[in-house]
Design a protein around this ligand. Structure first.
Ligand SMILES: NC(=O)c1ccc[n+]([C@@H]2O[C@H](COP(=O)([O-])OP(=O)(O)OC[C@H]3O[C@@H](n4cnc5c(N)ncnc54)[C@H](OP(=O)(O)O)[C@@H]3O)[C@@H](O)[C@H]2O)c1
Length: 378
C-alpha cells in the first residue's frame, strides 16, 4: 500500500510502498478514504521526534475491511462499516504508525461509526472534537451530554446556568468546543473571540455564541466582561494558548474559575506565571485518549486509563447519533503526495500565529480560517 512516511533527515514526508498492516484480535483493518490535517502533523514532520520510515498523520475516516476475532458483534463493526478515528502518527517518540496511508489498524473501541456524514466530514472530527470534549468534561468538569463512569464534581451545578469564554472561536478545536458546551445539560452562556468575519457564522447553530469580540482588539478581555456587568466568567478554554493569549483569557474569569489550555507552559508556548494569571491552567494532550505512553524529548505522559475510558465513551456517543456538525471542509486537490507540499505549507510548523511561510497563488492555498484541510485517499 501507499503511505506518507517520515523522512527525519530531510524533515519532510515522502510517499512509499509499505506492507498492509495485520489487525490484532481487538483491532479493525480500515481502508482509509479521507484524512484531515492537524497542526501537529506538520509540526512533528518539521521537528521529528522519531526515526525515518514511520507513517505520519492522525485523523482518518474509512471502511472496515476485516474485524479482529475478539471485536464484539454488539459493536456493529464489520466489513463495510464506515468509521472514523485518529492515530498518533509521528507525534511522539513511540514508534506507532499513523493514519496517512491506504490502510491502517486501530483498536475497535477507539473508532466511531459514521452515521449521516461523508468520509471527508467525518475525518475532521475525531482528534479535535475529543480535544474539546476532554477540556470541557474532564478538565473543566462540565456535565457531559453522554454518560461517564467517572464522577464529575460539577454534577451539583447541573441545574444552574454557567458562563464560558472560548478564545480562538474559529479554530477547529473551538468549533467543536462550542457545540459540545451547548450540548451540556447545564445551560451555558457562551462568550468568545474570533475575527469579525466569522461573527455571524458563529452566532448561529450549531455554535450559538451569545457574545463575540474580535481577538485582534488589544482590550478584548475587557470587552468580554461588559455584557456580564464586569463580573468574571466561570470557565475559560483558550484554543490558541500562545504568547499572551492565556493571560488575556484568564483576565475574563472570576476568582475560583477554571481555565483549560491546548498548549503547555512546559512546552514553552506561553510563560505567564500562576500568580499573574490568578489560576493554574489545566493542560492535557489528546493522545492520552489512546491509552498508551506518549514520550517526548525529556518527558513521558504515562498511559492514562481514565482518558482512554473517556475517549471510548465519547466515541460511543458519536456512534449512537450524538449530534455534532463537522468542521467546514476544504477539500484539497490530489492525495498523499500533496499533503506535505500543500497542506503542511498552509499549517506552517504548528503555531496558529506563524503560518504559511511560502506564499502561493492557488485558491486552495489561502490561509486556513474556520475550515479543516481534507484529502481523499483513492
Ligand atoms: N492539546 C492537544 O491535545 C491539542 C489537540 C488539538 C490541537 N491542539 C492545538 O490547538 C491549537 C489549535 O488547533 P486547531 O487545529 O484547532 O487550529 P486551526 O483550526 O488550524 O486554527 C486556525 C484558526 O485560528 C484562528 N486564530 C489564529 N490566531 C489567533 C489568535 N491569536 N486568536 C484567536 N484566533 C486565532 C484563525 O482565525 P482567523 O483566520 O479568523 O484569523 C483560524 O481560523 C493548535 O496550536 C494545536 O496544535 C492541541
Amino acid at each position: 500500500m501507499k503511505a506518507l512516511v517520515l523522512d527525519a533527515e530531510g524533515r519532510t514526508g515522502i510517499v512509499r510502498d509499505v506492507p498492509i498492516p495485520e489487525p490484532q484480535s481487538n483491532e479493525v483493518l480500515v481502508r482509509v478514504r479521507a484524512i484531515a490535517l492537524n497542526p501537529v502533523d506538520a509540526l512533528y514532520t518539521a521537528y521529528p521526534l522519531g526515526k525515518s520510515g514511520r507513517i505520519l498523520g492522525s485523523d482518518f475516516a474509512g471502511e472496515i475491511v476485516v474485524s479482529g476475532s475478539s471485536v464484539p458483534s454488539s459493536s456493529q463493526l464489520k466489513a463495510g462499516s464506515r468509521v472514523a478515528g485518529f492515530l498518533q502518527g509521528a507525534c511522539s517518540k513511540n514508534d506507532r504508525p499513523g493514519a496517512f496511508a491506504e490502510y491502517l489498524v486501530v483498536p475497535w473501541d477507539l473508532v466511531w461509526r459514521i452515521n449521516d456524514l461523508s468520509f471527508e466530514e467525518a475525518a475532521t472530527i475525531s482528534l479535535c472534537a475529543l480535544t474539546a470534549a476532554q477540556a470541557l468534561f474532564l478538565r473543566l468538569e462540565l456535565q457531559a451530554p453522554f454518560s461517564l463512569s467517572q464522577k464529575q464534581p460539577h454534577d451539583d451545578l447541573k441545574h444552574e446556568s454557567i458562563s464560558i469564554v472560548i478564545n480562538g472561536g474559529s479554530t477547529s478545536v473551538a468549533l467543536y468546543a462550542a457545540q459540545l458546551a451547548k450540548a451540556s445539560p447545564t445551560p451555558v452562556s457562551l462568550f468568545g473571540t474570533a475575527s469579525t468575519r466569522h461573527r455571524s457564522f458563529l452566532s448561529k447553530a450549531p455554535y450559538r455564541y451569545d457574545y463575540l469580540v474580535d481577538y485582534r482588539d488589544e482590550d478584548w478581555s475587557n470587552q468580554i466582561l461588559q455584557p456580564n456587568d464586569g463580573r468574571g466568567l466561570d470557565f475559560g478554554f483558550d484554543c490558541i494558548s500562545e504568547g499572551s493569549t492565556v493571560l488575556k483569557t484568564a483576565r475574563t474569569l472570576r476568582q475560583g474559575a477554571k481555565l483549560a489550555v491546548v498548549r503547555s507552559r512546559q512546552g514553552q508556548a506561553w510563560n505567564t506565571s500562576r500568580d499573574e494569571l490568578g489560576v493554574e491552567p489545566s493542560y492535557g494532550a489528546v493522545w492520552e485518549g489512546l491509552g498508551e505512553d506518549v514520550e517526548y524529548v525529556g518527558m513521558t505522559l504515562p498511559a492514562n486509563a481514565q482518558a482512554r475510558e473517556f475517549a471510548v465513551a465519547f466515541y460511543a456517543w458519536l456512534s449512537e447519533g450524538g449530534k455534532i456538525v463537522s468542521n467546514p471542509v476544504r477539500l484539497m486537490p490530489g492525495g498523499l503526495e500533496k499533503v506535505v507540499k500543500d497542506g503542511f505549507t498552509l499549517l506552517g510548523t504548528g503555531s496558529v500565529n506563524d503560518r504559511r511561510m511560502e506564499r502561493r497563488e492557488e485558491e486552495y492555498m489561502r490561509p486556513v480560517s474556520g475550515e479543516k484541510l481534507v484529502y481523499q485517499i483513492k
